[in-house]
Design a protein around this ligand. Structure first.
Ligand code: FAD
Length: 286
């Protein structure tokens, strides 16, 4: 089913994001992970592609196909463009079609100092413009409640986002954030700019102080004082930080849902315990 249809359903849309495991032994565990994640009944699961600039893409489509055929959940395949030319993108599209994939998240992709950009597609909007008339995929795009780190300011960030939607993005999935006010202000700005597609907030629960600090450096998300207090207080107590991180994410989600968001995109980090805890906390709410 296409994302555009999924977002028309009654009630809120719950989606998960996973990444293809790097190591063979983790790959063997992907079934166990998928089984638990799919039992939580998400409306769709998106699978990253070369995230962090990695070239580990070959498993993305295979995992997406498994999600669809074995677990009967709709997959969304992330597709990046910075380091590919048109023939390579055509090749990916044919492979996706052959595997029954209906939805893609079209991205520029993270920069990797070891892989030179091809210079064909500079921005996600160019990828969308290229794919839209050639395929029947439902295309989603990424958005950034605190603006993309490379954007000059929020106005130019929104102007570029509008290009993405005008090119054919039918749904927007947001970068993680820890302060909901950024999301609310961003959505308000997007609506004023004429962006009228669903905008789904991306939530990443805090698992460890190190991983959160790394994510914050990479994507530029700011930490509100209440969240910084949690990290400072429980930095050296893994279990307490986990509990507090889950509680924080659940509170964030409740606030988003009660403020009218039509869905939640959960960065699961391939951790079914995390997804289970969050889903349990919102089971009567979503
Ligand atoms: P773009 O939309 O191209 O934007 C990048 C920058 O260029 C922004 O500053 C924007 O304002 C500017 N810009 C955009 N269009 C134009 C234009 N036409 N003219 C001038 N400037 C423009 N990365 C991966 O490698 N693999 C993944 O699987 C992956 N999954 C992701 C999932 C989500 C939900 C999100 C939010 C991000 C994901 N990323 C992934 C990271 C993403 O690739 C990076 O954030 C990347 O730096 C930007 O990608 P984009 O598609 O948003 O780029």
């Amino acid at each position: 089913m296409k994302l555009s249809e999924i977002y028309k359903k009654e009630g809120r849309v719950l989606s998960f994001e996973i990444f293809p495991p790097k190591h063979e032994e983790e790959l063997n565990n992907i079934d166990a992970t998928l089984e638990i994640l799919c039992d939580l009944n998400p409306d769709y699961i998106s699978v990253t592609f070369g995230a962090g600039g990695s070239s580990n893409n070959n498993k993305t489509i295979a995992i997406a196909r498994k999600i669809k055929e074995q677990y009967h959940v709709e997959p969304v395949v992330h597709l990046t463009c910075l380091t590919y030319d048109k023939a390579e993108i055509d090749g990916f599209c044919r492979e996706l079609e052959a595997n029954g994939i209906e939805n893609i998240l079209a991205l520029r992709g993270d920069r990797n100092p070891n892989i030179a950009p091809k210079g064909v597609f500079e921005h996600a909007s160019e990828l969308i413009e290229y794919i839209r008339p050639r395929t029947d995929f439902c295309i989603a795009g990424a958005c950034y409640p605190e603006a993309h780190p490379e954007s000059k300011d929020r106005v130019s960030d929104l102007r570029d986002l509008k290009k993405k939607v005008d090119a054919g993005a039918e749904v927007l999935l947001s970068q993680l954030f820890f302060d909901n006010q950024y999301f609310y202000d961003f959505v308000e700005g997007a609506r004023i700019a004429g962006i009228d597609v669903p905008i789904t907030p991306g939530i990443m629960p805090c698992l460890s102080a190190t991983s959160i600090k790394r994510m914050v450096t990479t994507c530029g998300a700011s930490l509100p004082p209440s969240f910084e207090k949690i990290i400072k207080r429980y930095e050296d107590n893994k279990e307490a930080l986990f509990d507090a991180g889950m509680y924080y994410a659940i509170s964030q989600i409740i606030d988003l849902l009660t403020s009218g968001c039509d869905g939640i995109h959960l960065y699961t980090m391939n951790n079914p315990v995390v997804a289970g805890r969050i889903c349990d906390g919102i089971k009567n709410i979503i």
